[in-house]
Each structure stands twice: as structure tokens, then as C-alpha cells.
Design a protein around this ligand. Structure first.
Ligand SMILES: NC(=O)c1ccc[n+]([C@@H]2O[C@H](COP(=O)([O-])OP(=O)(O)OC[C@H]3O[C@@H](n4cnc5c(N)ncnc54)[C@H](OP(=O)(O)O)[C@@H]3O)[C@@H](O)[C@H]2O)c1
Length: 233
């Protein structure tokens, strides 16, 4: 019999402009998806045990990271699950605002994977709002995934930003990528891109497998299989 997997199934989710930007350079959050696609993302969230974003996304976007649909929340509860998946972030500095919606919205478990040097300060800052895990120095995403598996997370959705996505991709820790392309350009070099420079396991000599393509209103969803664990759509 197989033992529990060493790490959760990892699904990366991202929306980008035609020219590969995931935001603009302004303080306002850039809306890339449309309503139908946001509902699809809600369904993906509802299918996961935990949702992870980087600390910069918590600071800049202030996401709630909850399942929005009452029907999906009720279905999860009927299956003995919490209404929304656990929320997870990682930080080296521990500079997180306890009034951010990551910490105040909903009732789910909240985990903060924190570099050792900032653990004490972060625990003081967040109090009972989240479990602050001493994740070493620097935080190793592979170790973090092992810890999440030990906490019962079998399916993890990673919703960005680029720094976090790049780490999972370059470390070969991603099973599936959902990339939504919005029908416009940002065209501003100051804006963040999907990922920056790095040594990615997929390159001209090793092409990723397309697991599905779907038009959703005015956006396109590209699904890439990044490991053998990803089944065909
Ligand atoms: N279009 C989309 O789908 C989408 C989705 C999400 C976000 N975004 C955009 O992405 C941008 C933010 O992306 P980003 O790349 O700047 O930031 P990010 O990936 O959200 O977060 C980066 C931060 O996470 C922490 N971190 C990452 N890896 C770590 C590690 N190994 N150890 C310890 N801490 C680690 C650090 O936090 P500390 O600084 O606290 O140490 C780091 O500064 C925003 O503009 C947001 O709007 C777009």
C-alpha cells in the first residue's frame, strides 16, 4: 500500500495580460479575469484544502481568499470540510498587517510560514489570528509543502504572485498550471510579470504538455500539465 504523498498536489493559478503582466504599476489592483472566470477560480478554490499567496500579494491586493459561492461552501461543509480552504502565506520579513483580509475574513485555518529570524516578531504581531510556523532560514518551499502534507493538505492552490510562482516552478514543485490570458496589453516595464528570470524545468528542449485550452468569455484558460500527477482534462 502506498503511504501518504510527501507533498500536496500543487496547482498554480495566474491571470496575465497578452504581454505577460500580472498587474499594472499603479496602486489599484488590475482586474484581468472576467466574472465567469472568477467563478471557475472559485470552483477550483472549493476543490482544494489550502490556498497559498506570497506576503506581497497579501499586502498589495488584500485578498479574502474565501470560497464565494454559498452552494460550494455548503457542499464542502456537507463533506465534513471547513467552508473555505486553509489560507497560507510565506514571509521572510514578517511585515504583515493583522487587519488584512487574509487574517480577518472568514473562519479558515491560517498558516504563516516565516523565516526563523522574524518568527518571534510575527507571532507577537498576529497573536491568535494565525499559526506562525518557524520555517527555517531561508524558507524552503519544498520543506513547507512537506509540512502542509503533514497537516492534512493534499491539494494546494497557489495564487501568486510572481515571486512565489517562480519558486515553485524552478524547484519542480508544481503539478499543474492554470494560466488565464486577458485580452489586453499592459505595456509597462515597471509592472510585475508572471515570472522573472530563472532556470525553469520547461524550456525549448523540454516542452510542457498542454492539458486543456478553453475560451471563457473574453479570456482564454491554458492548462499545462507539469508532472505525471496531472491527469488529462
Ligand atoms: N494576476 C494574478 O493572477 C496575480 C495573482 C496574485 C498576485 N498578483 C500580483 O503579483 C504582485 C505581487 O507579486 P510579487 O512577486 O511581488 O510577490 P509575492 O510572490 O506575492 O510575494 C513575495 C513575498 O513573499 C515572501 N516570500 C516569497 N518566497 C519566500 C521564501 N522562500 N521565504 C520567505 N518569504 C518568501 C516574501 O515576503 P516578505 O517580503 O514579507 O519577506 C516576498 O517578498 C502584485 O502586484 C499582485 O497584484 C497577480
Amino acid at each position: 500500500m502506498n503511504g501518504p504523498p510527501a507533498r500536496p498536489y500543487v496547482l498554480l493559478s495566474c491571470a496575465a495580460s497578452i504581454d505577460g503582466y500580472i498587474d499594472d504599476a499603479s496602486d489599484q489592483r488590475l482586474l484581468l479575469s472576467n466574472a465567469e472566470d472568477l467563478d471557475r477560480i472559485d470552483a477550483v478554490r472549493a476543490s482544494c484544502d489550502a490556498i497559498l499567496v506570497g506576503a506581497e500579494t497579501v499586502r498589495r491586493d488584500d485578498p479574502r481568499l474565501l470560497v464565494r459561492s454559498a452552494v460550494r461552501r455548503a457542499e464542502r461543509v456537507a463533506r465534513g470540510l471547513p467552508a473555505s480552504p486553509a489560507k497560507v502565506t510565506l514571509t521572510a520579513r514578517g511585515d504583515l498587517d493583522p487587519t488584512a483580509r487574509f487574517f480577518t475574513a472568514g473562519e479558515p485555518v491560517r498558516l504563516v510560514y516565516c523565516a526563523s529570524t522574524a518568527v518571534e516578531k510575527t507571532r507577537e504581531l498576529l497573536g491568535r489570528l494565525a499559526t506562525v510556523v518557524d520555517a527555517g532560514e531561508p524558507v524552503d518551499p519544498g520543506w513547507m509543502l512537506g509540512d502542509l502534507a503533514a497537516r492534512g493538505v493534499r491539494r494546494l492552490m497557489v495564487e501568486g504572485g510572481g515571486t512565489v510562482h517562480a519558486q515553485f516552478l524552478t524547484a519542480g514543485l508544481a503539478d499543474e498550471l492554470h494560466l488565464v490570458v486577458a485580452p489586453f496589453f499592459v505595456g509597462d516595464g515597471r509592472a510585475p510579470r508572471f515570472v522573472g528570470e530563472g532556470r525553469f524545468p520547461w524550456h525549448p528542449g523540454r516542452r510542457a504538455r498542454v492539458a486543456g485550452v478553453r475560451q471563457i468569455g473574453d479570456v482564454v484558460l491554458l492548462r499545462y500539465a507539469l508532472s505525471e500527477r496531472c491527469r488529462e482534462a
